[in-house]
Design a protein around this ligand. Sequence first.
Ligand SMILES: Nc1ncnc2c1ncn2[C@@H]1O[C@H](COP(=O)(O)OP(=O)(O)OP(=O)(O)O)[C@@H](O)[C@H]1O
Ligand SMILES: [Mg+2]
Length: 714
Amino acid sequence: MTAGRDRALRSLHLILIACATLPVSLFLYTSWAAYQSAFDLADENIARARDIAAGHAQAVFQSIEVTMNSVEQITRGRSSESLRLEESELNARLKEMRATIPDIESIWLFDAAGHPIASSLLIPVPSDLDVSTRDFFISQRDVGARFFIGKVFVPLETTRNIFPVSKRRIGSTGNFNGVTEVSIQPSAFESFFAGIARGTSASLALLREDGSLLSRFPVPAGVGLKLGSTSGFEGLIAQAPRGGRYTAVSGIDQLERRFSVRKLSGFPIYVTASLAMRDIRYGWLVWMASHLVFGVPATTLLIVLVLVAIRRTEAFYAEVERREALEANLRHSQKMDAVGQLTGGIAHDFNNLLTVITGNLQMALRREHDSKLQRWISNAMAGADRAAALTKRLLAFSRNQPLDPRPVDANRLIAGLSELLNRTLGEKVSIETVGGAGLWQTEVDAAELESSVINLAINARDAMPDGGKLTIETGNAFLDEDYCEAFQDLQPGQYVMISVTDTGCGMATEVVEKATEPFFTTKPTGHGTGLGLSQVYGFVKQSGGHLRIYSEPGEGTTVKIYLPRCVASGPELTPSNAGSRLEEGSGEAILVVEDDAEVRSYVVEALSGVGYHVLEAGDAEAALTILATGTKIQLMLTDVVMPGMNGRALADAARQSHPGMKTLFMTGYSRNAIVHQGRLDPGVSLIQKPFSQASLASRIRAILDSRPAPGESA
Ligand SMILES: Nc1ncnc2c1ncn2[C@@H]1O[C@H](COP(=O)(O)OP(=O)(O)OP(=O)(O)O)[C@@H](O)[C@H]1O
Ligand SMILES: [Mg+2]
């Protein structure tokens, strides 16, 4: 049963852990995977943008090269002077060429000294113009670069940025014959890049090998910008001259960006495309948040469902356990009833037979004078007497013995037994009796109760062959409905409890279960009949009481018997109680303040029973409400420790409105505890729970009769 419950709960707890951890791990894994794929996707998009931009740039530069080659063909083998003579024709041809490529600003022809021969832009060309110190000229004259691309600048003749592209021209002898220069507008690339980047954080750029920026979108502030030698771009092309990928903070807009770079084939120019990292991450976060929108409520719901299942399972098993205990008790008492009926029947018939046997034996004994025969008859008589004693015990168990119930004070009864017990138990066993204060009376057969206590004491002695301690305690007890539900025929209510505790060998659970069955004994043959506890059990049940055994092997045993409290006070069996009389009231009003409903009803009943007019309150606040109505109250009987306002504070408050009213405190704590903890002042009237009706009545009478005390110093 417990194993089944544990297994079920363990599985549910595992499911609970899985419900919490699985979605979290799944989410973490998905996040990681989505992070990777967000970057993969970004890389793809960047590469696509880069390829489109590179394709466009490649086409532009190839067209420029074609244009230059055409100029080369027209001018090949001709001197600068002869070309100057055809300036207007050349101008027309250059204009035509320029018109075919919209990205070109102008085309110029310079002689070997750096002076213009012709241009697509001006006619005639300014004769004083000298470009011999410009990079696009020097590079072709001194180095003979195949294709030179200059930095961006703003020429004097226009206001628009351009960057020059130049190529040397060769004379008939292969000598340096001058330079063809094409001016290109960066804005042409910028607008193309803008088309690719539209609506994104993408940036696209055209760069020279040395990091000089030719064109970029978004367009930077400033002209002729150049990336440093430590920039990510320079680092990349140093390692991978054809291009690649890198992530770095942009030297232009200072944003962390993911770049993709490609070199144009045949030209010393690179195209880069990039996306801002924060945008890639933001896209990933938005995507993951969309998972959370469904994931969080679903997971929470799942966890709540499993928690509910755990609750239900616990409640279910608790209920099953309760029912099993109930059924076990029921089975036990049914078994005892059945065995009781059987033994009762046998014992009853046996008793009759024994009456016949002993009667006849007695008659035979009176008539017979032969001493030998007399001895035999006496032996037969002794045997019959033992059989009669046995039958009596069987009758006791079957709850069929004739009983003579009278009100009994268990404390006095036990005190009266002390000498007998001392003798029976011997010197090795010490006896302590703790009589509960204010013990209620119980209405039982006193002789049978004595016999039961002796039976329990003898069992205790037998369990302590090497000596030990026997404790007999009495006390008032309340068995509530919850408790009584588990036992057949047990009524909730007030009981007098007598417990017999030893420090002996104790009992295993199986022994405890069977101990009250008739003829169950663990003692060697001839040492025990196994009827002791069954007799006690039968007597207690017949008296409307209850018996419980608490025992652990090696830890001693406590047997508790509960006998119903007797409220109606009849003539008591013990002589010292015979003369005791209840102090009566004469209709005085008493306010009882007690939070424990059970105790309150007992007190109310006890005081009403002796002629007081009783008002009751469950707490101090309710008491103050009653006091506020102005009802005349002679005495307030209040609990000291209560939830909310305590008894002392209540008494202080009540004294204001009812100065003549007397107060009696009641408490379950000892007087010492109450006074030392500052709950009450020493000397106030205090009665300790549990108390008897008689002691309460006499205490109340005494306080009411005292004069002039206003309650606090009785
Ligand atoms: N105080 C105890 N400590 C340990 N075991 C006990 C105690 N009281 C009873 N038992 C166990 O319960 C059994 C039944 O007790 P019960 O009093 O009914 O019979 P008995 O003592 O064996 O014989 P009888 O009382 O008839 O002489 C005992 O044999 C013993 O095993
Ligand atoms: Mg016994």
